[in-house]
Design a protein around this ligand. Structure first.
Ligand SMILES: [Zn+2]
Length: 156
């Protein structure tokens, strides 16, 4: 039998666009995390089996698969250390941005994971290892979304 790649002319096909929309839920742990952001809180949770704290929190430990009970949820600081950063030159719709957005990877204090979000400082003020804190949107504009965090800025 001949490989498919060699029979491309035999395969009936047409080009076009399919209108597909998707709606993903945040999940049980994700929704609880996002509702915490609406209140200006960072909620993390802890697997005592692995001695590991997740932010965003998980319903099940991704290492040992143990269900993480409610009593292992806790509020952590909205501060951390910048581990790395990069620039994005397109928006979520694929449009080129006039000014690139700086995205940081932040280890929030009291957690063992890295959290990705925008950095609000000018590039010349950004250093790996600097302390940063979350800037929340005004309370009346929060809606239980990752965008309830405007971004992170350097702590002077
Ligand atoms: Zn675990």
């Amino acid at each position: 039998m001949e490989a498919k790649e060699n029979r491309k002319r035999e395969i009936i096909h047409h080009f076009g666009k399919l209108p597909v929309e998707s709606l993903y839920t945040a999940g049980i742990a994700g929704e609880r995390f996002l509702l915490g952001l609406k209140e200006g809180k960072f909620l993390a949770n802890y697997c005592d089996n692995c001695d590991f704290t997740f932010l965003p929190p998980k319903l099940y430990c991704e290492f040992c698969f143990k269900e993480i009970p409610d009593e292992e949820w806790k509020e952590v600081e909205n501060k951390g250390i910048l581990l790395s950063y990069t620039f994005t030159h397109i928006d979520t719709q694929g449009n080129k941005l006039e000014n690139p957005i700086i995205m940081g990877i932040i280890k929030i204090n009291g957690t063992d994971t890295a959290f990705v979000h925008k950095l609000l400082d000018k590039v010349e003020d950004i250093e790996i290892g600097m302390e940063v804190e979350a800037v929340f949107a005004p309370k009346d504009r929060r809606r239980g979304s990752i965008n309830d965090i405007v971004g992170f800025r350097r702590i002077e």
